[in-house]
Unconditional design. Sequence first.
Length: 212
Amino acid sequence: MSVGILGTKLGMTQIFDDEGRSIPVTVVQAGPCPVTQIKSAQTDGYSAIQIAYGDVAEKALTRPELGHLRKTETGAKRHLREYRVSDAGEFELGQEIKVDRFDAGQLVDVTGTSIGRGFAGYQKRHGFRRGPMSHGSKNHRLPGSTGAGTTPGRIYPGKRMAGQYGNSKVTIRKLTVVSVDADRNLLLIKGAVPGKAGALLNICPATIVGKS
């Protein structure tokens, strides 16, 4: 039950620590994200806050969306995200969530949409072995048998087959924040995160199993 921040993946680079070791990092433009709604247990049954991110033209939003955002005078925003909190009274409408909520060395969970790779076959999508490549095999990259026989006479749900590869929600857990640049709203996170440059990311303090 902790508040995260929304951001945009800018790309990857490397920095060097005090001992001269290269550290691969992903640069994320994160926030500032204004608080657009506060929910309490008395009015909504649970405590949470909603934040907004990403400027957009007003014509890209519906009237209800614009009316919702005008309550806090934050302007037109493309993305909205809700976070459960233990005490919503700590926040105010219009308050900005910034990268200074994070510290260097902190562990975070990063959620984004993985790069879409279109329709892919068995080998590329699931890492299956191919068939013999000798002449006359006629089974180089074919799936082989997929059914379960006369009974049940169908393919079970979840069978690994060819299909859409990528373009799915992915969370990378326990990544390390290497550096925080509050002046430019930048986070440098060690390692790779989901998505391509320009992708939307949701960055939250890392959760421990059994706790929130």
